[in-house]
Design a protein around this ligand. Sequence first.
Ligand code: NAP
Length: 324
Amino acid sequence: MKAFFCRAYGGPEVLELREVETPSPKADEILVKIAATTVNSADVRVRAARFPRGMGLIVKLALGLSGPRQPILGTELAGVVVEAGKDVRRFKMGDEVFAFPGAKFGCHAEYRVLQENQRVFLKPENLSFAEAASISFGGTTALHFLRKAGLRAGEKILVIGASGAVGSAIVQIARHLGAEVTGVTSAGNIELVKSLGAAKVIDYRSENFAANGETYDVIAETVGEHTFRDCVNSLKPGGRFLAIAADVPDMLAVMWSSPLYGKKVIAGPAAETAEAVWQIGEWAGAGIIKPVIDREYSFAQLPEAHAYVDTGRKKGSVVIEVSR
Ligand SMILES: NC(=O)c1ccc[n+]([C@@H]2O[C@H](COP(=O)([O-])OP(=O)(O)OC[C@H]3O[C@@H](n4cnc5c(N)ncnc54)[C@H](OP(=O)(O)O)[C@@H]3O)[C@@H](O)[C@H]2O)c1
């Protein structure tokens, strides 16, 4: 099969298309022919070794010192089951599935094996392969942080970076939970963010949300440009700050924010659970979450997709069409 290898940390030019052996499923595994995958912020962070301030060495020790130990990136996929191990019960050949290997990566290839009991589910029928491939990364991250925040109906939430993969999912899920959503984005994305359910949208180039006197129960920061201290006066008493793109100082604020301010900082990696992937699939199948796809690229154009995601300007997801 063909697969893109990330042979060292660096720019999109470190990605190399190689011919490798197609993996064989073990007894409890399925082999999926990938129809679509995505290039997301996790892929480009790993490729470029662009890790949160203060965490570079720790993350490189975990991922690989001179390049990723798992050289095939790609966290999410949709495709067709083409082989099933002898003990597999949940799937059969021909099933259309979507999956979220997440931090295990390995989706920038023509095929991937998956354990049947891991984060893989039947594709909602109303979604295309491109749409189904695009929902898990942003959706499960959004769900993790909103659950940690305990967001309730009637509460007010500010979503900084409301047009990104994570932000666009937070807007939709928060709205579904009955919260009043304000999105922060640039002028060109205002209509998109409103269409996802935001009651108000702030253009960050013309208005400073931290200085307009509004306060929120929850602030979700998905950009990494605003610390808890920057936002503390925009949080109501008992408010929660979701430091989704946190660096070390904000992670440390988890310890002192409550005793000092009576407000909570929530940070750290989102748990990648099968239940969360299932829930996102259910909501997408029911039309509660709309997949947001910015651009689609062919498999051969995957390095171009990385270059686009590197700009930090993508809206929702960038999809790679691997096979038809
Ligand atoms: N903690 C975790 O487990 C976890 C999991 C997933 C992701 N993350 C992190 O979460 C962050 C967001 O990920 P993502 O995939 O959603 O990123 P993304 O899709 O690449 O985000 C791009 C979006 O950010 C917006 N943006 C850029 N600067 C902005 C600003 N100053 N104010 C408001 N919006 C701004 C852009 O809108 P404009 O073009 O309008 O500026 C663009 O639409 C990343 O740092 C990622 O590493 C963390």
